[in-house]
Design a binder for this molecule. Structure first.
Ligand code: G6Q
Length: 541
């Protein structure tokens, strides 16, 4: 029997009807009518405290949304991922990043082959290498220990380790500078290397394919920088390591197999932080902290696989997302960490979510007739409050948001942290309950100002709390979002693990690259706008 399209499902239709009934019900009413509401809609998972009570939902909403997940076969889909099926159909690959952090000792297979021995052997190799860099036994070409580690990669080979290195800086070996170069803009490389000594600098070229234009351009320039700085080609093997699945290209670059850390086609770029792609992070925080992060990932993987949907944080997060995206028509989703160390977390999630869910064709190849992934954005609190929160509180758009915070600061100084958390909790309250005319009048606000100073409220959010930001908790948080995205992909019936949408621009850029050459003599076969842009840049070099 052909799979029913999303909007034809009876569960979807019931949700539509239910939405029409409750769309105008306010969070104030919902809380007033049910004093147990916060209990009912909180999952205290042990490490993560997930409060979703400030959402425009009732028990019926949840029953219907969970019914929808059931009708989409979510349980089976989760199993298919964990069992290594080739669920990335358009690239004909399995999707088994969960094996990278499988700490159970139980085999995980792709087509009957246990991948765990290879996963663990790469981890071991990473351990030895990272320890030798950290303790100074790894020497550069001139015999000096390494003080600077530069990860060269882009997209999935940059955003994860860059975000996590920043997030876990508290646990870092401070004598080591760990930096990230991603942009093909020469400024990125030049500014990153400006104050560094090649004798003490190690480059980690992170590229699954080892053909990515930006990464290879940066890596070639870094190679020249080393050769120039150390006056010898022989310096390359002591100053370069590679994270890749393309052994031949790595060897051609001059990096020896001992310094290549492998990963596999069943690891998608944006899901690769826990693979060899995490090497720069491991060098920064050390093997034990890295393993602790993997444990956190693994615990959340188990939670996602085993918990009933009613108690399953990633599933509930996904359902909330679908509820606002498809019924309330919210086109964006804000992620607001109240934790400076998580400053890069929204940017990281942007890739994981938007590359996975930015699709307009369903798994049967038909155009979808409903919205898929929203725009993900965010900044750390409290900075965001002084920037875009105005729109969240009084704008015309509904922007659901995740607030992420920690009960303790890692750098406890005076009452900074108490103020930070007070702000976070206050924002969720202000968004949910707003401030009405009656309250404003009671405060003596002049009548003519009342419309401007009214807060409509009824703006939903999740609050995600943990005791302290540790590697373990970071692992849990990331896995939570990964599985949220997976769940939404199942509901929207899209392929979450490909990214064909990034290809066209790359191909066109190759053509334009040659046309930008001042000696290019051919005709510019483009629409008028593009041809003029090319001419402007060529004439003004
Ligand atoms: C992520 C994408 C993409 C990829 C980069 C880098 O899921 O596949 O962001 O990670 O394009 O690719 P390489 O690692 O092959 O250089």
């Amino acid at each position: 029997m052909a799979k029913r399209r999303l909007r034809e499902l009876k569960e979807w239709k019931s949700l539509r009807k239910h939405y029409n009934k409750i769309r105008d019900v306010t969070l104030r009413e919902l809380f007033d009518n049910d004093p147990q509401r916060a209990d009912l809609f909180t999952i205290d998972e042990g490490d993560i405290y997930f409060d979703y009570s400030k959402n425009r939902i009732t028990p019926t909403t949840m029953r219907l949304l969970i019914g929808l997940a059931g009708a989409r076969g979510l349980k089976d889909e989760i199993e298919r991922m964990f069992r290594g099926y080739r669920i990335n159909k358009t690239e004909d690959r399995a999707v088994l990043h969960v094996a990278l952090r499988n700490r159970s000792g139980i085999p995980m297979t792709v087509e009957g082959v246990d991948v765990m021995p290879r996963v663990l052997s790469v981890l071991d190799k990473m351990k030895n290498f990272s320890e030798s860099v950290r303790d100074g036994t790894w020497k550069g070409h001139t015999g000096r220990p390494i003080r600077n580690v530069i990860n060269i990669g882009i997209g999935g080979s940059d955003l994860g380790p860059c975000m996590a290195t920043e997030a876990l800086r508290f646990y870092a070996k401070r004598e080591l500078n760990v930096r990230f170069v991603s942009n093909v803009d020469d400024t990125h490389l030049v500014e990153t290397l400006g104050d560094l000594d090649p004798e003490e600098t190690l480059f980690i070229v992170a590229s699954k394919t080892f053909t990515t234009q930006e990464t290879m351009t940066n890596a070639e320039s870094a190679r020249k920088w080393i050769i120039r700085g150390l006056s010898s080609e022989k310096a390359v093997p002591r100053h370069f390591a590679a994270l890749s699945s393309n052994a031949e290209a790595v060897a051609r670059f001059g990096i020896s197999p001992e310094n290549m850390f492998e990963f596999w086609d069943w690891v998608g770029g944006r899901y690769s932080l826990t693979s060899a792609i995490g090497l720069s992070l491991m060098i920064s925080i050390g093997y034990n902290n890295f393993i602790s992060m993997l444990e956190g990932f693994h615990q959340m993987d188990l939670h996602f696989r085993n918990e009933p949907f009613e108690r399953n944080i990633p599933v509930i997060m996904a359902l909330m997302g679908v509820w606002y995206n498809n019924f309330f028509g919210a086109g964006t989703y804000a992620v607001l960490p109240y934790e400076q160390y998580l400053a890069r977390f929204p940017a990281y999630l942007q890739q994981v979510d938007m590359e996975s869910s930015g699709k307009c064709v369903d798994r049967s190849g038909l155009s979808v007739n409903y919205d898929t992934g929203p725009v993900i954005w965010g900044e750390p609190g409290t900075n965001g409050q002084h920037a875009f929160f105005q729109l969240l509180h009084q704008g015309t758009r509904l922007v659901p948001a995740d607030f992420i915070g920690f009960a303790r600061s890692l750098n406890s100084t005076g009452d900074h942290h108490r103020k930070l958390i007070a702000n976070m909790i206050a924002q969720t309250e202000a968004l949910a309950f707003g401030k009405d005319e009656k309250q404003l009048k009671a405060e003596g606000v002049p009548v003519h100002q009342i419309p401007y100073r009214t807060f409509p409220g009824n703006r939903p959010s999740n609050t995600i709390l943990a005791k302290e930001l540790t590697p373990f908790i970071l692992g849990k948080l990331i896995a939570m979002y990964e599985h949220k995205i997976f769940t939404q992909g199942v509901i929207w019936d899209i392929f979450s693990f490909d990214q064909w949408g990034v290809e066209l621009g790359k191909v066109l850029a190759q053509k334009i690259l040659s046309e930008l050459d001042p000696d290019y003599k051919g005709e510019l076969m483009h629409h008028g706008s593009t041809a003029r842009l090319i001419r402007f840049c060529r004439n003004n070099r």
